[in-house]
Every structure is written in C-alpha cells, then in structure tokens.
Design a protein around this ligand. Sequence first.
Ligand SMILES: [Zn+2]
Length: 173
Amino acid sequence: MNSKSSSLLLIFCIFAIISCSNSETQELQAQTKNTKNKGTKKMTVEKTEEEWKKILSPEQYRILREKGTERPWSGEYNDTKEAGAYHCAACDALLFESDTKFDSHCGWPSFYQAAAGDKVTTEVDRTHGMVRTEIMCAACGGHLGHVFDDGPKPTGLRYCVNSVSLLFKPSKK
Ligand SMILES: [Zn+2]
C-alpha cells in the first residue's frame, strides 16, 4: 500500500470513529428520552423537583434525585446486620430485605436480591466512562446505586446501594 492510500485510509477511519460516536450519543439521547416518558407513566409517586427538595435533606436530594454517590464506608447501613426491611428514603416503598444483605467489602450496603414485586428498576448508565446498570426505586424513580454481576449465590448479583437512599426499619421482636 502506498503512503497516499494509507493516509486516505487513516482519514476514513477517523471519520468512521467520529460518526460512530455521534450516532451513539444520539441513540443514548433517544433512550434517555424514552425512559423518561416510560418512567413518567409507570411512576406511582410523582413530585416536582421543588417538592423533593422540601422533603429530602440536601444529601438525600443529591443522591436520590441527582444520581450522586455517597463516600464508600461512610454510609449509615454499611455494616447493619439487624433483621428488618430497607425502604426507599424518598417514598417509603419496600426495596430490600435484610436476609438478602451480604458483606461485599465494597463500602456500600449490598444485597443479592431486590424485594419481590419489581420494586427496583434498572437502566443503562454510561456516565464516568463506564457502562453500568443503574438501580432506581420503581415507585418514585429515586437513584439507589448500581447492580453488578459479581454477587453471591443464588442470584450472582450485587445490588450496591447508597445508605442515604434507604430507610431501615427493624423487624418487631
Ligand atoms: Zn422511592
């Protein structure tokens, strides 16, 4: 191959990469739009951002509504081993049961399973240069954390959840 054709090839490759990343962005935007529409329909607890700001603490708002993350090992429920149920800190929906919580050593409360009845929904998250699966409260859309496929049996899943997004209710003795 002569140098002229190889530089042409290089230009073509660059062009292909640029147009490819453009279409990916468009696809993602379309996806986000779709999910938003779908989310609005499915959501059982709907509030404006102003209303959420009144109900939630600034830290809860940052994580639940702005998809933030609490510092690892800082969360209130990281080491909680008591029997009980973990509810959504925003809308009180039941999300996780204590018998599915396990010690993941990742710095956030981790569960291998969400509570029965599609309480937790997922969405592809491509932020921070990673492709992860975001988990959200199905009732209010509040951001909980992410789910990974390196969890223990029987599901092999690890629901990695911000303590701030949760409200623990110990079972009555
Ligand atoms: Zn919720």
